[in-house]
Each structure stands twice: as structure tokens, then as C-alpha cells.
Ligand binder design. Sequence first.
Ligand SMILES: [Mn+2]
Length: 418
Amino acid sequence: MISASEYSQRRDRLFEMMDDDSFLVIYAGVGRKMSGDHFAYTVNRNFYYLTGIDQENSVVMLVKSCGERKTYLFIDEYDERKEKWTGVRLTIEEAREKSAVSNILFTNSLEAKLDSALSEDGDLGHLVKLYLDLEAELKIKDAFTTRDLRDELKEKYGELIIEDLHPRLTSLRMIKSPAEVALIRDAIKTTDLGIKNVLLNLYPGQYEYNVRNTFEYAVRDDNNAEIAFDTIVAGGQNAVILHYPNPKERLNNGDLVLLDLGARRHYYNADISRTFPINGKFLPKQRVLYEIVLGCNKAVINFIRPGLTLNELQKFATDYLAAECVLKGFIKNKEEITAVYYHGVSHHLGLDVHDVADRDRPLEPGMVITVEPGLYFKQLKIGIRIEDDVLITETGCENLSKDILKDVSDIEKIMSTK
Ligand SMILES: [Mn+2]
């Protein structure tokens, strides 16, 4: 768990980045309309990062004026009808305890507070600059985004400077605290349980969705963990589709199955890929390709150190796979690698699975990234990806998912025990 004081420290770091006589507003967002129904609401991760609150329609405001710092948290007022439909809302005391914000107001007073911040005789002093998160198309009420809000305020207060907060928040979120890393570790541990459940219950003739359910059952059953993203289970040639949707095909004897999946703890995600022989034994050609991808996965993990960029990791991985594939006769020349390896080897991981990041910023201790080389040969009905999650350290990296089986002998051994 993240402590309330850590949320307060995060806001302090953001205050440091703000100009004087400025303020900042971040929205938790609202659920989005589908056609008849609504999509499930999920909190704006930037809002959650600063407050630990995941309740819809909440807002946080940071005001930096005349050397003073004030924080306001807005939450919905008690509403009997809403409670009957969607459950109990936070009380003022609960919101205060979770977020360490002392000034809690109701969301219906937000507009007045904004006006007071922007008028010359308002109680907050004369503020000339507003920071909004303009990156995401975040709905803050029905069909109204932060970009719409920017346009509306620009119209009303011509001289107001509005700056995109996203790069600053991103730079903070890229470095994980020990408490954040602990939650990612938890998510990975639960993911491991799910994968073991798959390994012990995998048979030819099952459907891809059976495997998904085997994984997700174990995850949810582990102290009510959540699923990080739509679980990918792709048998045979389906595995050459990177984000293979809708797992519904039968798993054939003699094929491989590719899993790309993860659990989530308090919004912190695991993102793991593994590839297993459906009948428990790799065929010779599958094994050769598997060992190439595994060798690359391990070589990249060994190569990682502070100062490197994701582009440098990508080049390293691509060169490795290309050289091995030429050597083993799977492609004729190194240039052909782009036909059988066509995605990035790493992305940042955290509150978002593809976490917000400046991809050109060199690696620093405290960053968490994935390492996920792959090879995809449609004609051979083989798609292999092996993905671990690693924490950058002072001298290299720590593989947070090293306990999740990936060596051929370990996989074949555990599958033969069932
Ligand atoms: Mn990934």
C-alpha cells in the first residue's frame, strides 16, 4: 500500500515544478457512455497518483500563490440515490485519511472555486497560470474533456496562461518509489500463481478461453487481485497477432500457446509473456526458436544499466535476434528480421501497463520496464514472446519476475507432473 504521506510528497514535488501564482487542476474523470450502457469507470491514473483516491468525479486542485501552497480535494456529496445504485461513497474523513489532503470540499463547489482562483478579487490571490493534463482525452463530465475545459477558460479569461501538466507528471511517475515497486512485485507474484495454474491444467483440445479462465480464476482468487489488461491466450499461428483479441480457438496437440497477461494490485500492473508447448513438450524446431528468444530475453536483462535508452535496448535485441535467426537458417539475411520481429522490446510499467514515459529519457534507478523479445513465423504456426518486468538499479537491473518459469527444462518438468 502507498501511505497517505507519500501522496503528499508527490504533490510537494509537483508544487516544486509549478511557477508562482499558478494553480493546477486534475480530474478523476467520469465513466464513458457506450451506446446504451456505460463503459466500466476507471480512475485517471494521474489523479490517483496524487491522491490515492479512485472515486469518480473527484478533483484535486493545487494552488501556489505568494509563496503559499494550498491543496483542495473535491468529492461528491452524499447522494442517497447514487448510493443505492453504485455503492457507498467516501466520507470527508475517509478522503482526508487516504489522501492526506486536509481541505476537502464537495465537487459542486468546484466551479465557484475555479472562478475565485481566476478573478482579481478572489480569495486565492491573482493567479495567472493554470496547469491541466491535456494529454488524455479525459472525460470530466458527459462529452466534456480537459481540452474542452481549456478552450472554455481561454474564452472566458483571455490572459490566462494554460500549460500542459502531462510532461511534468510523467517525469515524476517514471521513477517508482519502494512502495510502488512492492505493489508491482505483488502483482507479479499473483501473475505467477495464475501462470502455474495454467501450466498444471493445460491440455490439447482445450480452448484458448479455458486457459484465460484458468489464469484469471487463480488471480482473482488470490486475495481479490484484478486483471491488468485483456488476457491474451493465442494458440499456434494466432500468436503472430501481437494483441490477439477474443481467445476462442481450440489448442492443438503439437502447437505452442503464447500467453501475455498480468495481475493488478492497487492499480499497479504486472505485464508478463510466456510461451508453452500445449502438450508439455517442445518440438525440435519450436525449441530452437524458443531458445533464441529466451537467449535474447536474458541477454537484454544482462545488458540493461542506467544511462541506456529504450532505443538502444531495441537495437541490441534486434541485432541479437537477427544474428541468431541467420545463424540457425530461419532468415537469409539480417534485414529480414523486421518480418519476424515487429514490436518494441521494452516499455515502462506502472499505474498504466504501457506506462506514461518520455521514451528518450535514459534509464535511471527506480524505473520499471518490460523486456519482451519475440519471434513470429506464421508459416510455421509459431509465435514466441518471453516478457519479464525489471527494476533498474544503480548497477544494472533486478528481474522482478525471475521466479516465473521460462527455461525449457523447468517448463517440461512441471508440465510432466500433472
Ligand atoms: Mn508488455
